[in-house]
Design a protein around this ligand. Sequence first.
Ligand code: 5GP
Length: 116
Amino acid sequence: MSEASETIFSKIVRREIPADIVYEDDLAIAFRDINAQAPVHILVIPKKPIPKLADAQPEDQALLGHLLLVVQRVAAQEGLTQGYRTVINTGEDGGQTVYHLHLHILGGRFMAWPPG
Ligand code: 5GP
C-alpha cells in the first residue's frame, strides 16, 4: 500500500466511514479492527496523520506518550486483566498496511512469542 498521508483512518476520524469506536479524546481515537486477530483487537491512532512511527518528530513526544496511556485505558475498559499485546508495525518489513500510525491492542487470549 502506498504511503499517502490521507488514509482510511483519517476518514474514520472524520466519521466519513463507519467504525466501532470505543474511545475518543482531543488527540486520539480507538476503534475495533475490522479483521480481528484476537477476541479483543483494537487500534489506537492519533488524530494527527503521522504515517508511521519512523516519521514521528520530537514535537510528537507528548502525543506518543498519550497514545500509550490511551492503550492502558482502553485495555482496562475492555477488561483485559490477564494482560494484552501492544504492537506497532512500521513500514514494509514491519508488515504495516495502513500508513497512519496505529497501536494494535490484542487481548482475550494468550499471545505467542515470537510473532511471525
Ligand atoms: P497494519 O497492518 O498497518 O499494522 O494494521 C492495519 C490494520 O487496520 C489491520 O489489522 C486491518 O485489519 C485494519 N483495517 C484496515 N482497514 C480498516 C477499516 O476500514 N476499518 C477498521 N476498523 N480496520 C481496518
